[in-house]
Design a protein around this ligand. Structure first.
Ligand code: KG4
Ligand code: ZN
Length: 339
Protein backbone atom coordinates (compact mmCIF):
# COMPACT_ATOMS: atom_id res chain seq x y z
CA UNK A 1 0.00 0.00 0.00
CA UNK A 2 1.30 3.46 -0.87
CA UNK A 3 0.95 6.08 1.81
CA UNK A 4 1.40 9.75 0.92
CA UNK A 5 2.30 11.97 3.84
CA UNK A 6 2.69 15.74 3.97
CA UNK A 7 5.39 16.75 6.48
CA UNK A 8 5.50 20.32 7.81
CA UNK A 9 8.59 21.62 9.63
CA UNK A 10 8.51 25.11 11.17
CA UNK A 11 10.31 24.78 14.51
CA UNK A 12 13.01 27.39 13.94
CA UNK A 13 13.92 29.50 10.90
CA UNK A 14 13.31 27.11 8.00
CA UNK A 15 9.83 26.61 6.56
CA UNK A 16 9.99 23.18 4.97
CA UNK A 17 7.25 21.09 3.39
CA UNK A 18 7.80 17.59 2.08
CA UNK A 19 5.67 14.88 0.56
CA UNK A 20 6.74 11.28 1.02
CA UNK A 21 5.39 8.03 -0.40
CA UNK A 22 6.17 5.37 2.17
CA UNK A 23 9.90 5.94 2.82
CA UNK A 24 10.63 7.72 -0.47
CA UNK A 25 10.62 11.49 -1.01
CA UNK A 26 8.41 12.95 -3.73
CA UNK A 27 9.14 16.59 -2.79
CA UNK A 28 11.14 18.41 -0.12
CA UNK A 29 10.80 22.19 -0.39
CA UNK A 30 12.57 24.53 2.05
CA UNK A 31 12.26 28.30 2.29
CA UNK A 32 15.23 29.67 4.27
CA UNK A 33 14.93 32.91 6.18
CA UNK A 34 17.81 35.23 5.27
CA UNK A 35 16.46 38.01 7.50
CA UNK A 36 18.14 36.72 10.69
CA UNK A 37 21.74 37.10 9.43
CA UNK A 38 21.82 40.85 10.09
CA UNK A 39 20.79 40.30 13.74
CA UNK A 40 23.45 37.67 14.53
CA UNK A 41 20.88 35.00 15.47
CA UNK A 42 17.28 33.90 14.94
CA UNK A 43 14.75 36.57 15.96
CA UNK A 44 11.65 34.57 17.04
CA UNK A 45 9.03 37.17 16.06
CA UNK A 46 10.56 37.61 12.59
CA UNK A 47 10.77 33.82 12.17
CA UNK A 48 7.03 33.39 12.89
CA UNK A 49 6.13 36.13 10.42
CA UNK A 50 8.33 34.59 7.70
CA UNK A 51 6.75 31.14 8.29
CA UNK A 52 3.31 32.72 7.74
CA UNK A 53 4.49 34.14 4.42
CA UNK A 54 6.36 31.03 3.25
CA UNK A 55 4.06 28.19 4.22
CA UNK A 56 1.42 28.33 1.46
CA UNK A 57 3.89 28.95 -1.43
CA UNK A 58 6.00 26.06 -0.09
CA UNK A 59 2.98 23.75 -0.01
CA UNK A 60 2.04 24.71 -3.59
CA UNK A 61 5.59 24.07 -4.75
CA UNK A 62 5.77 20.69 -3.00
CA UNK A 63 2.47 19.51 -4.52
CA UNK A 64 3.64 20.57 -7.96
CA UNK A 65 6.99 18.79 -7.56
CA UNK A 66 5.31 15.62 -6.30
CA UNK A 67 2.70 15.87 -9.06
CA UNK A 68 -0.03 15.26 -6.51
CA UNK A 69 -3.25 16.99 -5.45
CA UNK A 70 -4.23 17.64 -1.84
CA UNK A 71 -6.81 14.87 -2.21
CA UNK A 72 -4.01 12.32 -2.80
CA UNK A 73 -2.62 12.83 0.72
CA UNK A 74 -3.23 10.19 3.41
CA UNK A 75 -2.09 12.16 6.45
CA UNK A 76 -0.77 15.55 7.58
CA UNK A 77 2.29 15.57 9.85
CA UNK A 78 3.86 18.50 11.65
CA UNK A 79 6.57 19.32 14.19
CA UNK A 80 4.92 19.90 17.55
CA UNK A 81 8.21 20.64 19.37
CA UNK A 82 10.79 21.31 20.62
CA UNK A 83 11.41 24.71 19.02
CA UNK A 84 10.40 28.35 19.06
CA UNK A 85 6.77 28.52 20.13
CA UNK A 86 5.66 31.20 17.65
CA UNK A 87 7.27 29.29 14.78
CA UNK A 88 5.78 25.96 15.90
CA UNK A 89 2.31 27.54 16.15
CA UNK A 90 2.33 28.47 12.45
CA UNK A 91 2.99 24.86 11.34
CA UNK A 92 0.70 23.39 13.99
CA UNK A 93 -2.34 25.52 13.09
CA UNK A 94 -1.73 25.02 9.39
CA UNK A 95 -1.52 21.24 9.82
CA UNK A 96 -4.68 21.13 11.93
CA UNK A 97 -6.64 23.16 9.35
CA UNK A 98 -5.46 20.97 6.48
CA UNK A 99 -6.29 17.72 8.25
CA UNK A 100 -9.73 19.05 9.19
CA UNK A 101 -10.46 20.32 5.69
CA UNK A 102 -9.27 17.12 3.99
CA UNK A 103 -10.67 14.85 6.71
CA UNK A 104 -7.45 12.83 6.99
CA UNK A 105 -5.36 11.86 10.06
CA UNK A 106 -3.14 14.37 11.85
CA UNK A 107 0.25 13.18 13.15
CA UNK A 108 2.46 15.13 15.56
CA UNK A 109 6.21 14.63 15.33
CA UNK A 110 9.02 15.29 17.80
CA UNK A 111 11.68 17.34 15.97
CA UNK A 112 14.63 15.56 17.61
CA UNK A 113 13.32 12.07 16.83
CA UNK A 114 12.71 13.21 13.25
CA UNK A 115 16.35 14.32 12.84
CA UNK A 116 17.37 10.75 13.73
CA UNK A 117 14.77 9.00 11.57
CA UNK A 118 15.92 11.02 8.54
CA UNK A 119 18.43 8.13 8.32
CA UNK A 120 15.55 5.84 7.35
CA UNK A 121 14.61 7.82 4.23
CA UNK A 122 14.97 5.65 1.13
CA UNK A 123 17.15 7.25 -1.54
CA UNK A 124 19.49 5.82 -4.13
CA UNK A 125 22.61 6.95 -2.29
CA UNK A 126 21.76 6.70 1.41
CA UNK A 127 22.28 3.46 3.35
CA UNK A 128 19.73 2.95 6.13
CA UNK A 129 21.17 1.71 9.44
CA UNK A 130 19.82 -1.41 11.07
CA UNK A 131 18.48 -1.12 14.61
CA UNK A 132 19.84 -0.66 17.22
CA UNK A 133 22.23 2.17 16.39
CA UNK A 134 23.72 5.11 18.27
CA UNK A 135 22.97 8.63 17.11
CA UNK A 136 24.86 11.81 17.94
CA UNK A 137 22.36 14.60 17.30
CA UNK A 138 24.11 17.93 17.01
CA UNK A 139 22.21 21.09 16.08
CA UNK A 140 21.90 24.73 17.03
CA UNK A 141 19.69 23.82 19.97
CA UNK A 142 20.70 20.26 20.94
CA UNK A 143 23.60 17.91 21.56
CA UNK A 144 22.47 14.41 22.47
CA UNK A 145 23.66 10.81 22.34
CA UNK A 146 20.79 8.41 21.81
CA UNK A 147 20.39 4.65 21.58
CA UNK A 148 17.92 4.16 18.74
CA UNK A 149 16.33 0.76 19.42
CA UNK A 150 13.57 1.06 16.83
CA UNK A 151 11.64 3.89 15.10
CA UNK A 152 9.51 3.98 18.24
CA UNK A 153 11.97 3.35 21.04
CA UNK A 154 14.84 5.74 21.71
CA UNK A 155 16.88 6.07 24.89
CA UNK A 156 18.65 9.33 25.70
CA UNK A 157 22.09 8.51 27.12
CA UNK A 158 23.12 12.12 27.75
CA UNK A 159 22.99 15.66 26.46
CA UNK A 160 24.46 19.11 26.91
CA UNK A 161 23.85 20.89 30.19
CA UNK A 162 24.29 24.34 28.61
CA UNK A 163 25.11 25.38 25.01
CA UNK A 164 24.64 23.04 22.05
CA UNK A 165 27.48 22.17 19.65
CA UNK A 166 26.00 24.38 16.90
CA UNK A 167 25.71 27.21 19.38
CA UNK A 168 29.39 26.75 20.26
CA UNK A 169 30.28 27.20 16.56
CA UNK A 170 27.95 30.18 16.18
CA UNK A 171 29.03 31.95 19.38
CA UNK A 172 32.74 31.40 18.69
CA UNK A 173 32.11 32.86 15.23
CA UNK A 174 30.33 35.86 16.68
CA UNK A 175 33.32 36.56 18.97
CA UNK A 176 35.55 36.50 15.85
CA UNK A 177 33.16 38.85 14.02
CA UNK A 178 31.72 36.22 11.63
CA UNK A 179 28.07 36.46 10.53
CA UNK A 180 25.32 34.09 11.75
CA UNK A 181 25.23 31.12 11.37
CA UNK A 182 29.00 30.86 11.73
CA UNK A 183 29.15 27.02 11.72
CA UNK A 184 29.44 26.57 7.94
CA UNK A 185 31.94 29.48 7.66
CA UNK A 186 34.18 28.06 10.40
CA UNK A 187 34.00 24.71 8.59
CA UNK A 188 35.27 26.31 5.34
CA UNK A 189 38.06 28.35 6.96
CA UNK A 190 39.13 25.38 9.11
CA UNK A 191 40.10 23.52 5.94
CA UNK A 192 42.84 26.13 5.37
CA UNK A 193 44.11 26.28 8.95
CA UNK A 194 46.19 24.32 11.45
CA UNK A 195 43.95 22.51 13.96
CA UNK A 196 46.81 22.33 16.50
CA UNK A 197 47.67 26.05 16.34
CA UNK A 198 45.76 26.99 19.52
CA UNK A 199 44.65 24.94 22.50
CA UNK A 200 41.39 25.53 24.32
CA UNK A 201 40.50 23.74 27.54
CA UNK A 202 38.04 20.85 27.26
CA UNK A 203 35.46 20.37 30.02
CA UNK A 204 35.49 17.31 32.26
CA UNK A 205 31.89 16.11 32.27
CA UNK A 206 30.45 12.99 33.84
CA UNK A 207 28.95 10.09 31.86
CA UNK A 208 27.52 11.31 28.57
CA UNK A 209 27.00 14.94 29.51
CA UNK A 210 28.37 17.75 27.35
CA UNK A 211 29.16 21.37 28.15
CA UNK A 212 30.20 24.06 25.68
CA UNK A 213 29.74 27.32 27.59
CA UNK A 214 33.24 27.11 29.14
CA UNK A 215 34.80 26.79 25.69
CA UNK A 216 33.04 29.95 24.54
CA UNK A 217 34.36 31.84 27.59
CA UNK A 218 37.91 30.57 27.13
CA UNK A 219 37.86 31.63 23.43
CA UNK A 220 36.56 35.05 24.47
CA UNK A 221 39.24 35.63 27.12
CA UNK A 222 41.99 34.29 24.88
CA UNK A 223 41.00 36.60 22.02
CA UNK A 224 40.47 39.67 24.23
CA UNK A 225 44.04 39.31 25.49
CA UNK A 226 45.50 38.58 22.05
CA UNK A 227 43.71 41.51 20.38
CA UNK A 228 44.97 43.87 23.10
CA UNK A 229 48.53 42.94 22.11
CA UNK A 230 47.84 42.86 18.36
CA UNK A 231 44.59 44.44 17.05
CA UNK A 232 44.95 42.41 13.82
CA UNK A 233 45.30 39.07 15.65
CA UNK A 234 41.94 37.61 14.57
CA UNK A 235 42.28 38.61 10.91
CA UNK A 236 45.87 37.36 10.77
CA UNK A 237 45.04 33.99 12.38
CA UNK A 238 41.45 33.38 11.30
CA UNK A 239 42.00 30.06 9.52
CA UNK A 240 44.08 28.63 12.38
CA UNK A 241 41.55 29.88 14.96
CA UNK A 242 38.67 28.25 13.05
CA UNK A 243 40.59 24.98 12.64
CA UNK A 244 41.54 24.87 16.34
CA UNK A 245 38.04 25.72 17.58
CA UNK A 246 36.49 23.12 15.24
CA UNK A 247 39.02 20.49 16.36
CA UNK A 248 38.20 21.17 20.03
CA UNK A 249 34.43 20.88 19.50
CA UNK A 250 34.87 17.65 17.51
CA UNK A 251 37.22 16.18 20.15
CA UNK A 252 34.62 16.87 22.86
CA UNK A 253 31.91 15.17 20.78
CA UNK A 254 34.01 12.18 19.74
CA UNK A 255 35.27 11.44 23.28
CA UNK A 256 31.71 10.86 24.47
CA UNK A 257 30.63 9.06 21.33
CA UNK A 258 33.53 6.62 21.67
CA UNK A 259 32.60 6.03 25.30
CA UNK A 260 28.97 5.36 24.33
CA UNK A 261 30.00 2.88 21.62
CA UNK A 262 32.29 1.09 24.06
CA UNK A 263 29.77 0.98 26.93
CA UNK A 264 26.80 -0.17 24.80
CA UNK A 265 28.76 -2.43 22.45
CA UNK A 266 26.98 -0.81 19.49
CA UNK A 267 29.21 -0.02 16.51
CA UNK A 268 26.57 1.34 14.14
CA UNK A 269 27.00 5.08 14.62
CA UNK A 270 24.90 7.82 13.04
CA UNK A 271 25.08 11.59 13.22
CA UNK A 272 22.17 13.97 12.71
CA UNK A 273 21.27 17.66 12.92
CA UNK A 274 22.74 20.83 11.39
CA UNK A 275 26.29 20.27 12.70
CA UNK A 276 26.41 16.83 11.03
CA UNK A 277 27.13 18.82 7.85
CA UNK A 278 30.54 19.67 9.33
CA UNK A 279 33.34 18.22 7.22
CA UNK A 280 35.69 17.77 10.20
CA UNK A 281 33.07 15.77 12.09
CA UNK A 282 32.40 13.65 9.01
CA UNK A 283 36.13 13.02 8.65
CA UNK A 284 36.45 12.09 12.35
CA UNK A 285 33.74 9.44 11.86
CA UNK A 286 35.37 8.07 8.72
CA UNK A 287 38.64 7.67 10.63
CA UNK A 288 36.84 5.61 13.28
CA UNK A 289 35.37 3.37 10.58
CA UNK A 290 38.98 2.40 9.90
CA UNK A 291 40.41 2.45 13.42
CA UNK A 292 37.50 1.22 15.55
CA UNK A 293 35.56 -0.82 12.96
CA UNK A 294 32.49 1.41 13.29
CA UNK A 295 29.83 1.44 10.59
CA UNK A 296 29.03 5.13 10.24
CA UNK A 297 25.88 6.70 8.83
CA UNK A 298 26.37 10.26 7.67
CA UNK A 299 23.25 11.99 6.35
CA UNK A 300 23.04 13.57 2.92
CA UNK A 301 23.50 17.36 3.21
CA UNK A 302 19.84 18.05 2.47
CA UNK A 303 18.81 15.98 5.52
CA UNK A 304 21.25 17.58 7.97
CA UNK A 305 19.46 20.90 8.45
CA UNK A 306 15.80 21.18 9.31
CA UNK A 307 13.59 19.68 6.60
CA UNK A 308 10.05 18.46 6.05
CA UNK A 309 11.13 15.04 4.79
CA UNK A 310 12.36 13.97 8.22
CA UNK A 311 8.98 14.93 9.68
CA UNK A 312 7.14 12.92 7.02
CA UNK A 313 9.32 9.80 7.45
CA UNK A 314 8.83 9.85 11.22
CA UNK A 315 5.08 10.24 10.61
CA UNK A 316 5.11 7.27 8.23
CA UNK A 317 6.17 4.99 11.09
CA UNK A 318 3.48 6.52 13.31
CA UNK A 319 0.92 6.02 10.50
CA UNK A 320 1.72 2.30 10.43
CA UNK A 321 0.87 2.16 14.14
CA UNK A 322 -2.20 4.40 13.68
CA UNK A 323 -0.62 6.80 16.16
CA UNK A 324 -2.74 9.84 15.27
CA UNK A 325 -3.65 12.92 17.30
CA UNK A 326 -6.78 15.05 17.42
CA UNK A 327 -7.28 18.80 17.15
CA UNK A 328 -6.62 19.34 20.85
CA UNK A 329 -2.88 18.77 20.25
CA UNK A 330 -0.70 21.75 21.20
CA UNK A 331 2.78 22.91 20.20
CA UNK A 332 5.41 22.73 22.94
CA UNK A 333 8.65 24.75 22.97
CA UNK A 334 10.25 22.20 25.29
CA UNK A 335 9.67 18.56 24.62
CA UNK A 336 11.51 15.48 25.90
CA UNK A 337 12.80 12.94 23.39
CA UNK A 338 10.45 10.34 24.87
CA UNK A 339 7.28 12.30 23.97
O1 KG4 B 1 19.57 21.38 12.90
P1 KG4 B 1 19.73 22.81 12.51
O2 KG4 B 1 19.53 23.19 11.06
O3 KG4 B 1 18.75 23.71 13.31
C1 KG4 B 1 18.48 23.52 14.65
O4 KG4 B 1 19.23 24.08 15.46
O5 KG4 B 1 17.51 22.75 14.93
O6 KG4 B 1 21.19 23.27 12.99
C2 KG4 B 1 21.69 24.57 12.80
C3 KG4 B 1 23.10 24.63 13.36
C4 KG4 B 1 23.69 26.04 13.43
O7 KG4 B 1 24.24 26.24 14.71
C5 KG4 B 1 24.78 26.02 12.35
O8 KG4 B 1 25.87 26.87 12.61
C6 KG4 B 1 25.21 24.57 12.40
O9 KG4 B 1 24.01 23.85 12.57
N1 KG4 B 1 25.90 24.15 11.17
C7 KG4 B 1 27.22 23.81 11.12
C8 KG4 B 1 27.51 23.49 9.78
N2 KG4 B 1 26.36 23.63 9.04
C9 KG4 B 1 25.39 24.03 9.92
N3 KG4 B 1 28.14 23.76 12.10
C10 KG4 B 1 29.39 23.38 11.74
N4 KG4 B 1 29.75 23.07 10.48
C11 KG4 B 1 28.85 23.10 9.48
N5 KG4 B 1 29.21 22.78 8.22
ZN1 ZN C 1 16.82 20.79 13.91
Amino acid sequence: MEINILGIESSCDDTSIAITQNRKILANVTANQEIHAEYGGVVPELASRAHQQNIIPSLDKALKEAQLELEDLDAIAFTSGPGLLGSLLVGTSFAKSLSLALDIPLIEVNHMRAHILAHMIETEDQINPEFPFLCLTVSGGHTQIIVVKSPYEMELLGETIDDAAGEAFDKAGKIMGLPYPAGPIIDQKAKLGNPQAFNFAKPRMKDYEFSFSGLKTSILYFLQKAVKENPEFIAENLNDLCASIQRTIIDILMDKLEKAAKDTGISRIAIAGGVSANSGLRQALKEREQNLAWQCYIPKFEFTTDNGAMIAINAYYKFLEKDFCDLSVVAKARKALSL
